[in-house]
Design a protein around this ligand. Structure first.
Ligand code: ADP
Length: 172
């Protein structure tokens, strides 16, 4: 009997976590840490997203992410890259095989479900992986964090001290 020898090609698993991160919250950070366990290299794609009219400029948003991912870099490869245009093109450009998204309540589901479906039609080789938001971060949304900060509220339980300081700067 002849045995077939299968050559196992070990490919590096690259995951892309895209978002606007305006600003980056503890919910985002939790998804990043958990996504890091699923891949060999994590790319965080910061969307320019002019249509959303972000409060923070692209450089600020990239810096906020850079600041929090520094500890992750001790154990793996992490890149923070800005991007514009079609997400699936950026995923292909990065050589990533999965898109990571966080799922909070039911409200995220419909939009994310549609996006994942459309992206699958555009490139069926790329999988979208959803990570359920941790209950303690479930209700954190960048939009509400900005609203609370704008009205002078305490956002320390939703963002890192660095982001909190940047929000204070913006609103004073
Ligand atoms: P986008 O404009 O792409 O929705 P966001 O920065 O708002 O960018 O969100 C990026 C991703 O992070 C999305 O998948 C979103 O559902 C997820 N996310 C946002 N906030 C949280 C949170 N508190 N917990 C888990 N996932 C979250």
């Amino acid at each position: 009997m002849r045995f077939r020898h299968y050559k196992r090609v070990m490919t590096k698993r690259i995951a892309l976590y895209p978002g606007t991160f305006d600003p980056m919250t503890l919910g985002h950070l939790d998804i990043m840490k958990r996504a890091a366990k699923l891949c060999d290299k994590l790319i965080i794609g910061v969307a320019i997203n002019r249509s959303k009219g972000p409060l923070f400029g692209l450089d600020d948003r990239v810096q906020m992410v850079e600041h929090v991912v520094a500890p992750l870099r001790e154990s793996m490869e992490v890149e923070v890259l800005p991007f514009e245009g079609l997400l699936i093109h950026f995923v292909e450009q990065c050589g990533a095989s999965m898109i990571v998204r966080g799922l909070r309540a039911v409200s995220d589901f419909e939009y994310e479900f549609q996006m994942a479906g459309m992206n699958d039609r555009l490139n069926p080789d790329i999988e979208t992986v959803f990570l359920m938001a941790d209950p303690q971060y479930q209700t954190i949304a960048s939009r509400l964090v900005k609203e609370i900060a704008r009205l002078g509220g305490d956002v320390s339980q939703f963002v890192t001290p660095e982001v909190e300081a940047r929000l204070k700067d913006k609103y004073t």
